[in-house]
Design a protein around this ligand. Structure first.
Ligand SMILES: [Fe+2]
Ligand SMILES: [Fe+2]
Length: 496
């Protein structure tokens, strides 16, 4: 799994977007390899090779435009990789047995992944100093200009001025009913408050730090778009009310299990805790202390699980009093506050997945979100001044999340996209689930909450009717916008 880092930026947004996309495609290939789905491996690598080719020509065009002195040598490196990739892909296509397919695919993903990262960090970085430092025009405009070839006499400043003028002209002349189509999508992202400090005891600090880690996941999933009119209540993890109740539940049922361990008390005596806050606590947590916390946490949740017994040959789930109390405690104040199924073992597993003392999920979740946001805009948002992503890019990125997060969270990520992005409709969800497993039972196992949400949706025909009307309106506006821009461009041409 390769992660994009800021250090990989070459200073040109269009080329950075290409590099990110290439990384995504390599990651996706690895994911399909793991699932031994050779058909998907074949189709994604086919796409990857095509994208590599496109990227190389874009990059070479930029190098020519910025007069990069090593452009010739760089082009040779590209050619060498293109050749190697073709050979590997032919070998994969010719493979017949499972073993052959697997070894060819693994080599191909490894070679492409390694090459991509080292080439990007070492070779692509060499042209970075030649990229003008000033703000770059958005990707599509840059890409279009590269493709059509700006006249060589034009300087970077002139090019930028021309682009800005064109952008301004179109924006100023946009009829008011279309203006919103050029705006970036807006939605609410709740902030994680500052970490608490000044705890009266080590125990309180430790509890505060655990709540903080859990909160960071809950707060992350609370993002939503208030302009979307959704008929159904949010899923439980997205609700601030649920977060409050969940914190209380941890205090009541889980902390006692953590403090039962004598070892944790011993470890705490070697800890200078007085100056630490709920975040910095984790920087000092040793591996044994981490393990202790996790052990207590898991024990606490396991103790709440329903027990399977048999009565007259039939399976009966026995519910403990504590679990009944937990159910009671996490109930929403009203049916519209949030949707939570009756708590069973699956829900308890989900609650358990919310803490991992070895991982701070906040940053990783936010990175994953950034790519969802970018791909949504590039794939589904029709604004003109940006690069376009291929169809299915957002879906593949979400599927990729199975590799990066506890399985349960993909469900939540998908539902969060639905609560934020207008065109991630319930129809998108319906089509998304078909990519996971071959039947509904498998889908239930991987995406229980999306499946649950869709069952509720199917009972409310008004949701589909609303979505269809919104989509039609969207299409009409986009057509109008395209016609308008085409008209403007013709006028411009006439003038010149
Ligand atoms: Fe590159
Ligand atoms: Fe390159």
């Amino acid at each position: 799994m390769i992660l994009w880092r800021d250090a990989m930026s070459v200073g040109a947004p269009a080329l950075d977007a290409d590099h990110k996309r290439l990384i995504d495609l390599v990651n996706l290939t690895e994911q399909w390899i793991e699932q031994e789905n050779w058909q998907q491996v074949g189709s994604i690598t086919g796409e990857l090779l095509a994208y590599v080719k496109d990227h190389f020509s874009r990059e070479e065009a930029v190098q020519a435009a910025i007069k990069f002195p090593e452009a010739e040598a760089h082009k040779k490196l590209h050619e060498a990789l293109a050749l190697k990739a073709r050979v590997l892909s032919d070998k994969f296509k010719a493979a017949t047995t499972q073993d052959e397919l697997k070894s060819c695919a693994v080599v191909m993903a490894k070679v492409l992944g390694d090459w991509l990262v080292t080439h990007n960090l070492k070779e692509d970085m060499r042209y970075k100093p030649f990229i003008p430092k000033k703000a770059q025009p958005p990707a599509a405009a840059a890409a279009v200009e590269i493709k059509t070839g700006a006249p060589p006499a034009e300087s970077e400043d002139e090019r930028k001025a021309r682009w800005e003028k064109r952008h301004r002209d179109i924006e100023y002349n946009l009829p008011p009913n279309l203006a919103h189509l050029l705006k970036h999508i807006e939605y609410e992202i709740p902030k994680l408050p500052y970490p608490e400090r000044r705890f009266e005891s080590f125990e309180k600090l430790c509890e505060g730090a655990i709540c903080r880690r859990v909160d960071s996941v809950l707060v992350f999933f609370q993002r939503h778009n208030p302009s979307l009119k959704l008929e159904l209540p949010p899923f439980f993890l997205a609700s601030p009310e649920f977060a409050d109740k969940f914190r209380q539940a941890i205090g009541k049922f889980i902390f006692p299990a953590i403090w039962e361990s004598r070892q944790i008390r011993m470890l705490s005596t070697s800890f200078e805790w007085a100056e630490e806050d709920a975040d910095s606590f984790w920087e000092h947590v040793t591996k044994p202390l981490q393990d202790c916390i996790l052990l207590g946490w898991n024990q606490g949740w396991d103790d709440l699980k329903l027990i399977e017994t048999r009565k007259d040959g039939a399976k009966v789930m026995q519910v403990k009093d504590n679990t009944k109390a937990l159910r009671e405690m996490l109930l929403p104040s009203s049916p519209t506050a949030y949707d939570l199924p009756r708590i069973g073992n699956r829900e308890i597993e989900t609650f358990r997945s919310l803490l991992d003392p070895a991982n701070n999920w906040w940053e990783r979740l936010n990175m994953a979100w950034k790519s969802c946001h970018d791909l949504y805009e590039q794939e589904k948002d029709p604004r003109v001044f940006q690069q376009k992503a291929r169809d299915g890019a957002l879906r593949d990125n979400l599927l990729n999340a199975f590799q990066r997060f506890p399985n349960e969270w993909v469900d939540f990520l998908v539902l969060a996209c639905h609560r934020v992005f207008p065109r991630v409709s319930t129809l998108f969800l319906e089509s998304f689930i078909t990519n996971v497993g071959t039947n509904d039972a498998m889908r239930e196992a991987y995406l229980p909450y999306t499946m649950r949400y869709l069952r509720q949706v199917r009972e409310m025909p008004e949701i589909r009717a609303r979505e269809r009307a919104e989509e039609a309106e969207w299409d009409a506006r986009v057509k109008e916008l395209r016609d308008f821009i085409a008209g403007r461009e013709k006028e411009e041409e006439k003038k010149t």
